[in-house]
Design a protein around this ligand. Structure first.
Ligand code: AMP
Length: 299
């Protein structure tokens, strides 16, 4: 079952303790698509400028990501600069150049409108609502956001959340959006808005999945070295939604496994800058790492 993703395709300038890279391929929809493509076909809707390079486009094509919904607009591609100092769990935004994003309105191609699995990657919440208005009732709608939107447009973010089946965000965003210190209480507040499930990511400390009845705690893989955490959240979502779409299931047991596949994809992503690690995986790499997660948590 294919997955529709709408989000950003970006050129990122990233600085981590492992080094600095300028104008490397990034963006919420890019990381999501690449991770998800190991599980199921992906249809991407986003915008880039005329400066978007054929090599970057090829990377997505090599992962068989359908680019019929990738609009090319006059102007420059969206750019984001971020750095990590000490705490690798939280990026500090150094700059955001919206460029072609400024006038972007997602157009969902007719062939994507009946997608059963939809991921609203991190973009301005008003644009996420525009996507929802264009699609038929999907089986599963999953969404993400970031601190910037919770800060600027908390009511819009809540409106988006009320339309989701599953909301994925991190611990700092959970506290920021709900005002609750306890993550369990924060998840409870989100569940009241409408979603059937909430995933709260805690960076190198794993993730917690909440439904109204159940809770599942997933670890993150202890790593010797994190090169670049950028896109970890989006690759996590890519593995999670990709697995659910491949299996055609959304029950809690499948969601638990999906959270582990998400953690697997995020663990690969942080091993290198941009999509350098994520683009070259085999099915065997993924299954072996899934097994490592199982060994890590079975007792
Ligand atoms: P994350 O998974 O949270 O690390 O997402 C990182 C990606 O989000 C980067 O590759 C950025 O290009 C992208 N990003 C950062 N700020 C924004 C924004 N305001 N809107 C859309 N995408 C963004």
């Amino acid at each position: 079952m294919s997955v529709l993703v709408v989000g950003s395709v970006a050129l990122d300038t990233v600085e981590t303790p492992a080094g600095k890279r300028e104008e490397i391929l990034g963006g919420s929809a890019t990381y999501f698509s690449c991770a998800c493509s190991y599980f199921t076909p992906v249809n991407l809707v986003a915008v880039v400028g005329e400066d978007f390079s054929p090599d970057d486009r090829r990377l997505l094509e090599e992962r068989d990501v359908d680019l019929a919904g990738l609009q090319v607009s006059p102007g420059k591609t969206f750019r984001w600069g971020g750095s990590y100092r000490g705490d690798m769990n939280e990026a500090r935004t150094d700059f955001t150049d919206l460029n072609v994003f400024e006038d972007f309105h997602p157009r969902i191609p007719p062939s994507y409108r009946e997608s059963e699995y939809v991921f609203l990657a991190n973009i301005e919440p008003g644009l996420q609502l525009e996507v929802l208005a264009q699609i038929e009732k999907p089986r599963l709608v999953v969404g993400d956001t970031m601190n910037l939107w919770i800060d600027l447009k908390p009511e819009r973010v809540r409106e988006v959340v009320s339309h989701l089946d599953l909301f994925i965000f991190n611990d700092a965003e959970a506290r920021q959006l709900t005002g609750e210190v306890s993550l369990k209480k924060a998840a409870g507040e989100i569940l009241k808005l409408g979603p059937k499930g909430v995933v709260i990511k805690k960076g190198e400390h794993g993730a917690i999945l909440f439904s109204r009845e159940e809770i599942f705690c997933a670890p993150a893989l202890p790593m010797d070295r994190i090169v670049d955490p950028t896109g970890a959240g989006d690759s996590f979502a890519g593995g999670l939604v990709g697995y659910l779409a491949r299996e055609g299931k959304t029950d809690f047991v499948s969601l638990r496994r999906a959270v582990i596949y998400g953690s697997v994809m995020a663990s690969f992503n942080v091993e290198d800058f941009s999509l350098n690690r994520l683009r070259n995986l085999s099915r065997d790499d993924i299954e072996k790492r899934y097994q490592r997660f199982q060994n890590l948590t079975s007792f």
